[in-house]
Design a protein around this ligand. Structure first.
Ligand code: CP
Length: 320
């Protein structure tokens, strides 16, 4: 059943687009998370975007992000059109920006873009007069993933009254250098007050990452007792040439979350992973499926968080 829900005015959010978490004010991030919680508690269907059309343009594979944006838009009453790279004229040489302009000209109010080049969503946003949401661009950012991770962690740790994560230590572990999820999480979690340490061997967690505002460590074992959450990352073999990852054995010895390492975490520490998981490589399978795992709560959080992003960006665009 569709219910009419009154939109809550969110003074802190005035942006038409969501392209990255780096550069956002803590108040802006909290505005999205508060709206997500409101929508989460209000129930599954509403009318906030009735009469609007959202286009999802995914030029890279996705399960979670693509489907949860579709659900999010539909749960706000919007119509959704979906373009996958496999069936698009990008394969005939049309550029991503030209494709987005073609789709916008059909009468679209928001475009959700995932693409391989870093900066692709920003280029689309410069070219279109409607809202653009970045669903992952190369190694740059995946802002809605960073938001849903913060949302899931805040709810699990009882910090969702004010989304203040001060005092929490979050380790982001493994193939950090390849990870847009890590970049969005560093920006988002730091803005909310958490201590963030990126962990891995130097080729995967270079000291230069500290320019993003996090700490960097190559000693996972030393940090285990300090962590309130350990966010494991997928090893992105497709983004590595040469021997940065090393053998599976070397990788697991340096920075996999194994049963043995999990036993040295605080009893209340949470295990996180944005997915998809290489089970048995960066994370032991039984840990991923254990009661200390937030993996499915992270996926679940994707729907209200993406509802909030679409709602706030589209209402800001129409108020501008
Ligand atoms: N975490 C994430 O972005 O997953 P998908 O690639 O399945 O969307």
């Amino acid at each position: 059943m569709t219910r009419v829900r009154t939109p809550t005015p969110v003074a802190a959010w005035t942006r038409r687009d969501l392209l990255a978490l780096r550069g956002l004010e803590p108040a802006e991030i909290r505005a999205i998370l508060r709206r997500a919680k409101e929508l989460d508690l209000m129930g599954p269907r509403g009318d906030e975007l009735r009469g609007r059309t959202v286009a999802t343009l995914f030029f890279e594979d996705s399960t979670r992000t693509r489907l949860s944006f579709t659900l999010a838009a539909r749960r706000l009453g919007a119509e959704v059109i979906d373009l996958g790279a496999g069936a698009s004229s990008v394969n005939k040489g049309e550029s991503i920006v030209d494709t987005a302009r073609v789709i916008h000209s059909m009468g679209v109010d928001a475009v959700v873009v995932r693409a391989k080049p870093a900066g692709a969503a920003a280029l689309v946003a410069e070219s279109l007069p409607c809202s653009v949401v970045n669903a992952g661009d190369g190694r740059h950012e995946h802002p809605t993933q960073g938001l849903l991770d913060a949302y899931a962690l805040a709810r699990a740790t009882g910090r969702d009254a004010d989304f203040d994560l001060s005092g929490l230590t979050v380790l982001i572990v493994g193939d950090v250098v390849s990870s847009r999820v890590a970049r969005s999480n560093i920006a988002g979690l730091r803005a909310l007050g958490a201590r963030v340490v990126c962990v891995g061997p130097p080729a995967l967690a270079p000291v230069s990452l500290s320019a993003l505002g996090c700490e960097v460590s190559h000693d996972f074992d030393a940090l285990l007792p300090q962590a309130d959450a350990v966010m494991m990352l997928r090893v992105q073999f497709e983004r590595h040439e040469g021997g940065a990852v090393g053998s599976s054995r070397e990788f697991r010895s340096a920075c996999a979350l194994t049963r043995d390492r999990a036993a040295r975490l605080k009893p209340a520490a949470w295990i996180m992973h944005p997915g998809p998981i290489n089970k048995g490589l960066e994370l032991d399978a039984d840990l991923a499926d254990s009661p200390r795992s937030l993996v499915l709560q992270q996926v679940r959080a994707g729907v209200p968080v993406r509802m909030a992003c679409l709602d706030l960006c589209l209402h800001a665009a129409s108020s501008a």
